[in-house]
Design a protein around this ligand. Sequence first.
Ligand SMILES: *[C@@H]1O[C@H](CO)[C@@H](O)[C@H](O)[C@H]1NC(C)=O
Ligand SMILES: *[C@@H]1O[C@H](CO)[C@@H](O)[C@H](O)[C@H]1NC(C)=O
Ligand SMILES: *[C@@H]1O[C@H](CO)[C@@H](O)[C@H](O)[C@H]1NC(C)=O
Ligand SMILES: *[C@@H]1O[C@H](CO)[C@@H](O)[C@H](O)[C@H]1NC(C)=O
Length: 282
Amino acid sequence: MKKFTVLFLFCYFVNAYKPVILLHGIMTGYETMELIKGRIEEKHPGTIIYNIERFGGWSSLDNMWYQVNELSKNLVNISQQHPEGVHFLGYSQGALLGRTILQANPNHNVHNYISLSGPQAGQYGTQFLHLFFPGAALETAFELFYSRVGQHTSVGNYWNDPYHQALFYKYSQYLPFVNNELPSNKTAQFKNSLTKLKKLVLIGGPDDNVITPWQSSQFGYYNGNGTVVEFTERSIYKDDRIGLKTLDKAGKLKIVTVPGVNHFMWHLNVSIVDNYILPYLD
Ligand SMILES: *[C@@H]1O[C@H](CO)[C@@H](O)[C@H](O)[C@H]1NC(C)=O
Ligand SMILES: *[C@@H]1O[C@H](CO)[C@@H](O)[C@H](O)[C@H]1NC(C)=O
Ligand SMILES: *[C@@H]1O[C@H](CO)[C@@H](O)[C@H](O)[C@H]1NC(C)=O
Ligand SMILES: *[C@@H]1O[C@H](CO)[C@@H](O)[C@H](O)[C@H]1NC(C)=O
């Protein structure tokens, strides 16, 4: 009997996968993340999964800082229950939110953070805009978002119009700060919270059709004339503003580009889970 117990404990500890936190995208809820949850449970039996249910549907349009502050309570609670560490995956807007939740909580114990097609460098695209403002025009959307009222919405917080950068920096209360493009009293914290990750995985691809430009999922973005600049050529990386370069030099930054995946399929495609997510969950 004793031998059995020892063997059992041995197997238990060897096979103990870290818990995984999942955060859904905009205008949907946790239900859309159930495929990923199910596949992880199937392939990594025993994994505890926290599929966050808050801010589904219209409430996903709440101000980003409000969501970050609220969801931080969930992260703290989960972390306290799992001092051994957890992993975190966010999809779409949830990928940007999740990243910011880490930055807002420098004592987090997230080991690997997986960003599944998130607008990490911002968003400037018609398809995305029309998900919630069907009549709005791309060229004039900045008038809506770069205002005090516009900043009440999550989308306004990371709407990054390459042709109206002065207004972006003037009005946006969120993206220029979390990307350390504008200084704040949290500049150092925003960087240090990310460099402590064991892995930062940025998944995106050229057939996304919603995240625009799709390279934003990997911190690339438009310059002032509408040309996409890869993240390694942008100040956020070159000047190591949020630690991307530090992570990269340490082999902790994983850039994953997958063609042939539409934005609404990333989280519904088992082969994405198998090939690009499970390898980062231990
Ligand atoms: C913390 O998480 C547990 C289990 O998920 C839950 O029962 C509890 O209500 C949470 N506490 C707070 C303060 O959110
Ligand atoms: C940091 O900045 C925020 C927002 O500007 C302000 O509310 C807060 O009081 C500042 N904290 C410190 C310690 O200066
Ligand atoms: C746009 O910017 C890129 C990079 O800064 C530059 O190489 C290119 O010549 C510019 N194109 C135009 C049309 O100005
Ligand atoms: C699912 O993901 C694979 C890559 O792992 C991709 O080749 C395929 O096109 C995707 N299928 C759909 C329907 O998005």
